[in-house]
Write a protein that binds this ligand. Sequence first.
Ligand code: SF4
Length: 252
Amino acid sequence: MLYLVEHFYSIQGEGKYTGVPSLFFRFGGCNLKCEGFGCVEKTPNGEEIVGCDTVYAVDRRSFGNLWMEIEELQTLIWIMNGYKLPPHVDVVLTGGEPLIYANEPIFIEFIEHLIASGHRVTFETNATIAPDFNKYPFYKEVTYALSVKLSNSGEPYEKRVKNEVISAIVANTRGSFFKFSVDEPSLGCAMEEEIDDIIIHHPYVSTYCMPLGGDKAHIEANCEAVIELCKRRGFIYSDRLHIRIWDQNHGV
Ligand code: SF4
């Protein structure tokens, strides 16, 4: 069984495929909490919850009654068919952490179906869980946006950086890329060294850096420092178009 938080057809707002029309499926649940990001979201009961910019897709206790239980592949296919989509449209699986479902039969069937139908599929992942590439070789056809969490997430190093997982994903896939959320205060506190520590093992994988924030004001406060970092280090700057345009991170 899968928890689906939301689905929407929009443009990809960040990373390598920024601007590409994409159908998004946001799945519920994550193996991290990232409370260090300090984004605040109101629950349906009016309670304020602190977490990452998609805490509504992470915290099942507070937001789970808004999540939809998916018990069969056909439901996901009906959802897709409900949109007027161009052929082979990009499909983005995000969360939460979509790969907590990597061994779930419905998820497996869904990815296999999407790949077989000619869609480019991207996982937006925290890169702490690797799918079984030998048992399910179609996972090699997916692009992985490796959003490895840094210390500003508030998570302990051993929980957020799994070098063996990153290596397995990089070794088994072609177009995967790193995508880091960076804020100005953390750049003065060794964040650059943290990024280096992760990317040093993978010199041929592109590194995108984007400003941290769940709303426009937060993004604007961080973007110039991120641009300077990218200029200095040759990283690729990624904006967060969906937040710039719609000032929110929910499905738009
Ligand atoms: S890994 Fe991503 S989805 Fe999970 S808590 Fe951290 S920022 Fe949120």
